[in-house]
Design a protein around this ligand. Structure first.
Ligand SMILES: [Zn+2]
Ligand SMILES: [Zn+2]
Length: 306
């Protein structure tokens, strides 16, 4: 313990922590105050301070984000919303308050425009935001696991504003009946948080699953169970960014997931967590696999949409 403290002190003198976006010297954490304020600008400061803990709240943040700008001046991002997974229509009129979510979404966990599509989509930020992109790159490609903390905090702040109806531990009787498939008892059970899994080969190469690092504090914050092994990537796939077309991306992930223990998810609502949602092909494949295994409804949440 003492050794770790001394080693940590020496490391902090030799390698003082720097902002993962702009490189500015910081005393602790991952982002300098201006970058952190820019990163969380779309969310009210009081929510961030709760979600982000003591690592530096974005107090006084400007309510809006200009992609690429560190200190935004004009609000350009609309209020947080859930989206139809199929056509990406916004499912929240404004503000994200519970009463703004259409009844069909609230009761069934399905989009009203594409009710048979297997998931609702929620994305907390845009990959075009330079600070967010820096964090994702640091996490995925530089192995800086601390970068998951602000990404998770962003997802928490976002979900608090527009996904509360799905994350609630119990539903009203009316809603329980509407859930159908698993019966009222399982519908009233809290959702299970499942990070999009990596293949064994990629997990060994990277050393960690970035989606799990984002999902773990998220699940803890909402008091939900994290089930990182409920969905398994049983076939190695090349990165989706290397697939040249939408059809190629779908083919790349076709049948790459399996559910080892369907009994654990039958009739349950699932929160599927990933770092970035791009074409949605990976989320669709994962959601279809979970639905086939018996999940009643799926909310796919990503820190960023690209
Ligand atoms: Zn910075
Ligand atoms: Zn739709």
């Amino acid at each position: 313990m003492k050794f770790h403290f001394i080693a940590g002190f020496i490391a902090s003198v030799l390698f003082p922590p720097a902002c993962l976006h702009c490189g500015a010297r910081i005393r602790a954490g991952t982002l300098c105050n201006p970058c952190r304020a820019s990163f969380f600008a779309a969310y009210p400061a009081e929510r961030i301070s709760r979600a982000a803990g003591s690592t530096g709240a974005a107090m006084g943040a400007v309510p809006g984000v200009i992609p690429g700008a560190v200190t935004p001046a004009v609000p350009v991002i609309p209020p947080p919303a859930l989206f139809c997974g199929s056509c990406r229509a916004r499912l929240v009129a404004s503000g994200g308050a519970r009463e703004n979510i259409p009844g069909a979404v609230r009761a069934l966990g399905r989009s009203p425009c594409h009710p048979s599509f297997p998931y609702l989509l929620g994305t907390a930020g845009s990959y075009r935001h330079a600070v967010l992109a820096s964090l994702v790159r640091a996490l995925k490609f530089e192995g800086i696991t601390d970068a998951a903390e602000p990404l998770s905090a962003l997802l928490i702040a976002y979900a608090e504003q527009c996904a509360g109806f799905f994350l609630a531990p119990a539903h009203t009787r009316h809603q329980s009946i509407a859930w159908g498939a698993g019966g009222p008892s399982s519908a009233a059970a809290p959702p299970i948080v499942i990070p999009v899994p990596l293949s064994r080969r990629r997990l060994l190469a990277r050393g960690f699953n970035q989606a799990e690092l984002i999902a773990r504090p998220f699940a803890a914050h909402f008091g939900l169970a994290l089930a990182p092994h409920a969905l398994v990537r049983s076939r190695h796939t090349k990165p989706q960014s290397e697939a040249p077309s939408a059809a190629a991306r779908r083919a790349n992930v076709h049948r790459c997931f399996t559910v080892p223990d369907p009994a654990a998810i039958v009739g349950r609502r699932i929160v599927l967590v990933d770092d970035v949602a791009t074409s949605g092909a990976t989320l669709l494949e994962a959601a279809q696999t979970l639905r086939t295994a018996g999940a009643s409804a799926i909310l796919a949440l990503a820190a960023a949409e690209a």
